[in-house]
Design a protein around this ligand. Structure first.
Ligand code: BES
Ligand code: ZN
Length: 384
């Protein structure tokens, strides 16, 4: 009997012997996640138990649905394993270093009022003025090189700051990386994608201003960097800022970068993603935390940071698929978190079109300001 048949026998004997429908841990390959039926992915907590394996807790009905799904998709059974949770064997991917208490309130409370909306407006205006930042264009490459220069200027008086370009093997637009080095090699990462896309046409030069998606995230990162540099902030761990290349074409930039980190064994405390920060799509909410494909323990910290330092109404929502660069880190086994601008079904309808303009957000960056405050709070409170 093949391994796959054995697995199936195990699943079905379990189903027959179980008189009640209760949750069973099911391991699936992370690369299969995006193809799973929506009814499963949107209602089930997803736990990463290894760099390429996720655990879903499914009831009997859902397991049947999953078996049918893999049957149709792959023309065979299996494609997943059920059994006891293997979480224990992957302790290195757990959240031991994520603080559970806030210990740096005086410093955070000093920094967060220094965030300036007008500076964030200026960055959005500037970065969305490139005709396109599509990853295959010269303008897209130029925009990233200009951003590197801006981050270099902002940090020129910080002795331990260095800006480099991470070059990708298969295309020319680099990922921009700023490190403010601490005494410990562990990194606290904040990132967002710098590229843009116009999905109306196949013309790579078609206008793609990407003001919300994602000049708004770049403006958040840039303002955090400005405030930290102005205050001559010296971290204990290394603080790393990234403007990823090629997110819009399948998270290609961040997949490269996160593979490099895994490969080099660089220790990472956590990764915060900013992708979409300036569109107030949900009138009664200031912020959303993306719950799926992110780290529950890092999200716990984010809840505390929002309630303590921002005091604005927020809610959890789910993307339902690998919707941004946080996933590349989750996929490699690192803890990631993704605060977002609106509920997913109330998202800015102009993204990926020539209409993704600053004017859609009223030519101001008010909605993005708390995201920069949150990033500052995260940078300091993670750095204990
Ligand atoms: N900013 C979007 C992601 C997004 C859109 C999040 C709407 C939440 C609501 C991002 O730049 C994007 O477009 N991602 C791609 C995924 C990727 C794998 C190509 C997408 O959603 O199609
Ligand atoms: Zn985006």
């Amino acid at each position: 009997m093949s391994v796959e048949n054995l697995m199936l026998l195990f699943i079905f004997s379990f189903m027959i012997s179980s008189p009640f429908s209760h949750a069973t841990p099911v391991m699936v390959s992370a690369s299969d996640l995006n193809s799973l039926p929506k009814s499963i992915i949107q209602t089930t907590p997803i736990k990463f138990v290894g760099p390429s394996t996720v655990e879903l807790d499914l009831n009997d009905e859902e397991i049947t649905l999953l078996a049918q799904h893999f049957h149709k998709l792959k023309g065979r059974c299996g494609g997943f394993v059920t059994g006891a949770s293997v979480n224990e064997t992957h302790k290195s991917f757990s959240s031991a270093t994520i603080p559970s208490e806030l210990k740096r309130q005086p410093e955070v409370l000093n920094l967060i009022p220094q965030v300036e909306e007008s500076r964030m407006s200026d960055t959005i205006k500037w970065f969305s003025s490139y005709p396109t930042r599509f990853y295959l264009t010269d303008e897209g490459k130029q925009a990233m090189e200009d951003l590197a220069k801006k981050w270099r200027d902002l940090t020129k008086d910080l002795p331990n700051a260095e800006v480099t370009l991470f070059q990708h093997k298969d295309w020319a637009q680099p990922t921009v990386v700023l490190k403010i080095k601490g005494l410990s090699p562990e990194e606290i990462i904040l990132g967002g994608h710098g590229d843009s896309i116009n999905t109306d046409t196949n013309d790579i030069h078609a206008p793609a201003p990407g003001a919300d998606d994602n000049a708004s995230g770049i403006s958040v990162l840039t303002e955090i960097i400005r405030v930290l540099a102005k205050n001559k902030y010296q971290p204990k761990s290394t603080l790393t800022f990234m403007a990823y290349s090629a997110e819009e074409v399948g998270l290609r930039g961040s997949m490269d970068v996160s593979a490099y980190y895994l490969d080099q064994g660089i220790p990472v405390k956590g990764v915060l993603q900013f992708d979409g920060t300036n569109f107030k799509g949900s009138q009664e909410l200031g912020m959303i935390l993306v719950e799926d494909l992110t780290s529950p323990s890092l999200n716990n910290l984010m809840e505390k940071l929002i309630n303590t330092y921002l005091k604005l109404p927020w809610a959890y929502d789910r993307c339902g698929y690998a919707c941004s660069d946080h996933y590349s880190w989750t996929f490699r086994g690192f803890a990631s978190t993704f605060p977002f601008e609106s509920r997913l079904n109330e998202e800015n309808s102009h993204i990926h079109t020539p209409g993704d303009l600053f004017s859609v957000s009223g030519n101001n960056a008010h909605h993005a300001v708390p995201f920069a405050r949150l990033g500052l709070a995260y940078a300091l409170e993670m750095d204990q």
